[in-house]
Write a protein that binds this ligand. Sequence first.
Ligand SMILES: Cc1cc2nc3c(=O)[nH]c(=O)nc-3n(C[C@H](O)[C@H](O)[C@H](O)COP(=O)(O)OP(=O)(O)OC[C@H]3O[C@@H](n4cnc5c(N)ncnc54)[C@H](O)[C@@H]3O)c2cc1C
Length: 454
Amino acid sequence: MLARSPAPRGRTPQVPMPGPPHALRTLPWLDGDGYYQDSAHARPQLPRLQGALRSEACVVGAGITGLSAALELARCGVGVTLLEARRIGAGASGRNGGQALADFACGIEALERRLGADAAARAWELSCRGIERLRQRIARHAICCDWDDGVLTLARSAQQARRLYRALQHRRTRYHAGELQWVEGGELRAMVDSTRYCGAMLDPGAGHLHPLNYALGLARAAQAAGVRMHEHSMALRVQREPNAWMVHCTHGVVRCRLLLLATGAVPGAPVPRLQRRVLPVASCMLATEPLPRPVLHGVRAAHDSGPACDYYRLSADGRLLFGTGAFFAGALLHDSARRRAMLRRAMLRCFPQLDDVGITHEWGGWIDASANRAPDFGHLGPGAVYLQGFSGHGLALSGLAGELGARALRAGRGHCADFELFARLRHASLPSQGVLRIPIGVLGALWGRLLHTF
Ligand SMILES: Cc1cc2nc3c(=O)[nH]c(=O)nc-3n(C[C@H](O)[C@H](O)[C@H](O)COP(=O)(O)OP(=O)(O)OC[C@H]3O[C@@H](n4cnc5c(N)ncnc54)[C@H](O)[C@@H]3O)c2cc1C
């Protein structure tokens, strides 16, 4: 079904009209008792959108992508309204593993094959710039989010170690990533109190942070820059008028010239054809009580490079925040106690010495996985772009993506080379839940598994 204004005139690009926001009804929120919420700074009070308003630009989704885009537009003097279905950082941005990494979920090698060597080299530079921008924003807006340098990528088997070492050498030689270091043996054991790993890549330029406090800091900066923000204001449909976009929410509507969609994996994106290009994959985390003795030394954040990747870091108050992309589907999605038990087992496989340590929090979130795990950016029509498909690797990239999306909007189609570089990537539409009638959580979990086996 296509959305039309009541009396469409001339050549009006048409954007599909959504049905009811089914993802909102069918996807469990996996909120649990989030550690990040418990340790969050004060939130700005943001009203629901009521009535009709005009705004030069409208950004939908207040995750890092949407907030960064709104901030960039406001910085360039564009009047912006930002709509968020729930609260600032309620999606993946406020509940993730907190590890800000260069590169892409699909790996730079996949982009070399798809885009060619030169474009991939530019993509690599941009992914590194994602981290640079994140650091700059923290400094410029004085965001207190416990940034800490350095992340380890761990290999659990000799085969993984060989693959990881090859990847490191490739990045050093082709992308001059001389800062990447190989760690193994006693040196690795001195950094990670676990016998599980046989090699690791250390990236001292990457880092980790409290993601919700970072998102809230961006929101404060956006508010100070004049962005008008509305929480509990879900965009239900997007409609093209001859010279404007109309974004309809339950209690109001925004008329704008420029539109940017940054709706992540959930809920019910206002343009279903975009929603079909990402599949929500659940990933869950726990927080322990402050550890009697840290399990990481020197570097306080790590993840492994295997299927159903485990990722963990030490929080500023000395807890282990441990997450896994293991198979979360079916009853697990609805049962916090079972998720907590599963996460605890996964943590003890890495750190059996934590058997006596209490678990204080458990929560989860949805990852917007694209079919090829490459980012999915593109144009919706004149003056409208979307950014999605970060596939679990978006903490640093989403900030840069927001900036590129904002630039592409201002420059017009085809005039922001860095945005177009990603927009060139082809993406398959994934089977929709309605068609297959498979619970979307199961499908997402299967998909997550499948992606990791390639
Ligand atoms: C458990 C977990 C761990 C992760 N760990 C890491 C990690 O360690 N490192 C890393 O790089 N990445 C990680 N990620 C991925 C990373 O969090 C995401 O790639 C990134 O946050 C995406 O940001 P976003 O702004 O695009 O989407 P989101 O943060 O999901 O934001 C989208 C926002 O849009 C809102 N929205 C959706 N639809 C509408 C609508 N119709 N109207 C209004 N608002 C709407 C949502 O409520 C949400 O707030 C993890 C993700 C999860 C879930």
